[in-house]
Write a protein that binds this ligand. Structure first.
Ligand code: C5P
Length: 222
């Protein structure tokens, strides 16, 4: 595709869930399908961007024509993101596990006959979005985070934008009755320094196209 608005520009996208091991054969995961992140990577590619796509174990295949980096855990995702920088823009669509198991076993856990279940201890994972947002030199010019909320979406997302230090937050309501998580549609609110922009409910593909166009517009204006 010649003469796309993002021609040759490097953009990073994270996507999918992370898997956090309990032992060599068990893990903690979440419901993220990777659909929205995959659609965003494809839309950025279609505008001419050189896309690095860092993905956890997603249910949908990664897009063609992008550089795919597969990871399992949040810590691996952070390392892959740092290795992929610099980028002009970074979109953090992954549903990263907030916690990992601190006492993960090196061997498969067995029932010990006592009838007592094992106790898992958790420790906090690195926040990839916040880490990249607060980089000094080498920070992407545009850092976009997501906020999956179940109530007070706009207020929580506005606070999250400030707390994480990113430029935009793409907020969505993931209450079970919306069918958004794992579904093919999304209804998002874009929060930036100027306020909130509500988008009507549309396919995740259309959300991705509109978001990619907004990113191209923003990079063009600086
Ligand atoms: O705090 P919360 O998980 O709701 O923030 C969501 C945003 O932060 C998403 O953009 C997600 O990709 C990113 N995130 C991250 N690393 C984490 C947790 C969240 O990059 N450990």
């Amino acid at each position: 595709l010649a003469d796309g608005p993002l021609d040759g520009r490097h953009v990073l996208v994270t996507s999918g869930p992370t898997h956090e091991p309990i032992d060599p054969v068990r893990y903690i995961a979440n419901q993220s399908s990777g659909a929205q992140g995959t659609a965003i990577a494809a839309a950025l590619r279609d505008l001419g961007a050189r896309v690095t796509f860092v993905t956890g174990p997603a249910q949908v295949p990664p897009p063609q024509g992008v550089t795919v980096v597969r990871v399992e855990t949040a810590r691996e995702m952070l390392l892959a993101v740092e290795a992929a920088l610099p980028a002009e823009a970074a979109v953090f669509a992954a549903a990263v596990a907030d916690w990992r198991v601190a006492n993960a076993a090196g061997q498969k856990m067995k029932k010990d006959g006592s009838g007592r279940p094992p106790a898992l201890e958790f420790t906090e994972n690195p926040d990839i979005l916040a880490t990249v947002s607060r980089m000094g030199a080498g920070r992407p010019r545009l850092v976009v985070g997501f906020a999956a909320e179940t109530h007070d979406v706009e207020r929580h997302a506005t606070e999250k934008r400030i707390r994480k230090g990113c430029d935009w937050i793409v907020a969505n309501d993931v209450s079970p009755e919306t069918g958004i998580m794992g579904g093919s549609e999304n209804a998002v609110t874009i929060i930036d320094a100027d306020g909130a922009e509500h988008w009507v409910r549309m396919s995740k593909t259309d959300v991705a196209r509109r978001l990619a166009a907004r990113i191209a517009d923003r990079l063009k204006r600086e």
